[in-house]
Each structure stands twice: as structure tokens, then as C-alpha cells.
Write a protein that binds this ligand. Structure first.
Ligand code: F6R
Length: 248
């Protein structure tokens, strides 16, 4: 895993957007895997400001969606992807794949989502955030390396952390449909973004503990092309050895 440490969230947004635009300029970006939530928001804002139509024919694949939340709910990830990524970049709705977590048959919805991503040619660049408990997507601790897209139960800590996106903590769904670890690992390259001191311990376990289901993000150590961009606060618990690999 390569590491780049930047000053703050604004710098994270600039570097994140640059990486995505560079991949596009290199001809290496047809399908962009998108995380939602707070961390990548600055990256998507920068992209919207700078893309100038260059990403309009990229396809988007979301990482996850809450089970049971209507797609047009303000807290759904379908809404997040439409408002913050697809619409600002001029990407039409038919080029956006989000796991359909309102489906009666979640197993079939998971299989359909994986098929959609395969049909699109697979994810070229996957943007990831990291949960304070080390989750990626909604692969909570206990998620194995061979897991695929599936319905999962959210950890209480994750529900509490995400309560800020809902009117009340009780409204946070208890389940989600998420890409699995093995699904995420199929992306050709991965950009993991981390900001703020609440992520410091999770980032340290992801980069420095032996890969294990206790810290699902640590499975990323087995991927050949991962760039971690962290602000100083998120990088604060990393060892000198990780920091000595700095590219910039
Ligand atoms: C979002 C996702 C999650 C978030 C993680 C961090 O689609 O899959 O793994 O990336 O929970 O969330 P924030 O960035 O809000 O701290």
C-alpha cells in the first residue's frame, strides 16, 4: 500500500480529485467505484468543479446501500450518488449501479449488482472510505476475504457514526447490501481516503496489522495497487515505517 499524507480535508479533496482525473487522462478509467459518506465529499466537490465534462461517460458503481430505505430517501446512498456525483458530473442514471436494497430478494439483488458491474467491464478505480472500526463498504469486523456482495447487519458503532445523516439515531437502518471484500478486491486499483483523528486507529490497523477479518480494511494489503491518501490527523497513529514510505 502506498501512502500520501496531506494537511487537511481540503487537500484530501484536491489530491483525490487529481488521482481520478489522472486515471481518466491515462485512459484507465471507464468504471469508477464510489464510496459515500463524509470522507469522499471533498473529493467529489473538487471533481464537480474541475471535471468539465471529462467524466460524463464514466460509469459509476456504488459500494453499498441501506436495506429498506426507499431509493429517493435523503439518507440513501442512491440519493448521495445521484446528488453528489452523477448529476454534477453529467453521468446519466442508466450508467449508475447501486445495490437494490429495497428488493424483496436481497440475494438476487446482490447477484444482479455483481452482474451489472461485470457487464460494465469491472471497476477500474475504487474510491473507499474507512469506518472507525476498520470496515470498508459495510464489511464490518468478521468479514472474510472471500465475501461477495451480500446483506449484512451494521455494527452499532457504524449506526451511531452514521446517525448524523438522519433526523434521529433510530432512523439509521440496521442492515445494508454491500460489496464484499473479494468484490472490492477485484477493482483494478483502489484509492482509500481517510480524514480526521477518529480514523487514526483504523488506518493503523489497516496498514500495519496482519490481514484479518478483525480489521476488514487490512485485507487491502493483499491488493497490488492501493493508494492511501490520509490527512495528518488520520495518519497520526501510523508507525515511522509506514510514514517512511511516503511518496510526497
Ligand atoms: C460508504 C461506505 C463506508 C464509509 C465509511 C466511512 O459507502 O461504504 O465504508 O466509507 O463508513 O464513512 P465516513 O466517510 O462518513 O466517515
Amino acid at each position: 500500500m502506498h501512502l500520501e499524507v496531506v494537511a487537511d480535508d481540503a487537500a484530501l479533496g484536491r489530491v483525490g480529485a487529481e488521482r481520478i482525473l489522472q486515471a481518466r487522462a491515462d485512459g484507465a478509467l471507464q468504471v469508477l467505484g464510489v464510496a459515500t459518506g463524509g470522507t469522499p465529499a471533498s473529493t467529489y466537490r473538487e471533481l464537480a468543479r474541475r471535471a468539465d465534462g471529462r467524466l460524463a461517460d464514466v460509469r459509476l458503481a456504488a459500494l453499498d446501500e441501506y436495506v429498506g430505505l426507499p431509493a429517493d430517501h435523503p439518507g440513501s446512498y442512491t440519493t448521495f450518488v445521484r446528488r453528489n456525483i452523477a448529476e454534477p458530473l453529467g453521468i446519466p442514471p442508466e450508467h449508475v449501479a447501486v445495490p437494490r436494497a429495497t428488493a424483496h430478494d436481497l440475494e438476487a439483488a446482490a447477484a444482479l449488482f455483481e452482474q451489472q458491474v461485470r457487464d460494465a467491464g469491472g471497476v477500474d478505480l475504487q474510491i473507499l472510505g474507512i469506518g472507525a472500526n476498520g470496515h470498508i463498504g459495510f464489511n464490518e469486523p468478521g468479514s472474510q476475504a472471500d465475501s461477495r456482495t451480500r446483506a449484512v447487519t451494521l455494527a452499532e458503532r457504524t449506526r451511531q457514526d452514521n446517525a448524523r445523516f438522519f433526523d434521529s439515531p433510530d432512523e439509521v437502518p440496521r442492515e445494508a447490501l454491500t460489496q464484499g471484500i473479494s468484490t472490492i478486491m477485484q477493482a483494478r486499483s483502489i484509492l482509500l481516503l481517510a480524514s480526521g483523528s477518529r480514523k487514526a486507529d483504523a488506518l493503523a490497523c489497516a496498514m500495519e496489522q496482519p490481514p484479518s477479518a478483525d480489521c476488514p480494511a487490512s485485507w487491502l494489503q493483499r491488493h497490488p495497487h492501493v493508494l492511501v491518501v490520509a490527512d495528518r490527523a488520520a495518519a497520526a497513529a501510523l508507525s515511522r515505517q509506514s510514514l517512511s514510505s511516503l511518496r510526497a
